[in-house]
Design a binder for this molecule. Sequence first.
Ligand code: URA
Length: 245
Amino acid sequence: MTAKVPMARLDRLLANLGYGSRREVGGLVARRQVMLDGEIVKDVGAKIPIVADLPERMKIVGKPIDPPAPLTLIMHKPLDVVCSHREAGRSVYELLPQRWRARTPALSSIGRLDKDTTGLLLITDDGPFLHRVISPRANVAKRYVATLDRPLEGGEVEAFAAGTLMLESETEPLAPALLEPLGPNAARLTITEGRYHQVRRMFAAVGNHVTALHRDRIGNLDLPADLQAGAWRILTANEQLSLFA
Ligand code: URA
């Protein structure tokens, strides 16, 4: 049995992709600026198949249509940008095409990295996928490289692995975490939870201070070496699977 292809009215599809209000989209159609499979689409109510290869088939003002939902991106988050729509300062969403900020459903980051953390960030409009990645039950590991203000003292590996470490002002101990020293002032840390400022607070709990933090892996998905800070691309289906492998 083949799965039924979801369909959407052209005006709704384009409005949801941020091309303008349904009226503005009507203007694009009236100006004959919408093409599907090489033919001009004349009806704003035409039913359009929502398929992953739509950008290869549909052109808006001569350019491939933006990818339809569900859309998941992988980004190399640079320093000094925030992950929240609400927080002050430049946000990761400003690194994406401007039109994408008007998409429905909206794109949002899967978990957050602090303004001064760099590395692997996933951004999606796929709610069930987002919840699958952050769900405590999924136990998806997140790996960080931390640069530390003071040399490691020696007991941190056991302290983090114990499953008893308490963060300030919390009542539940942290799940066991894997710490791999990389040098006197650097370590790799793999955690399965996503508590607020967790890595920085873990090092604070053992009397140290993180001076730089970089996430290089989620599940079995590594930050691609060719993805420069500030760059992003669409996450492939295989990469999505590797998160849970
Ligand atoms: N833990 C932190 O402290 N900061 C981050 O950005 C991510 C994990």
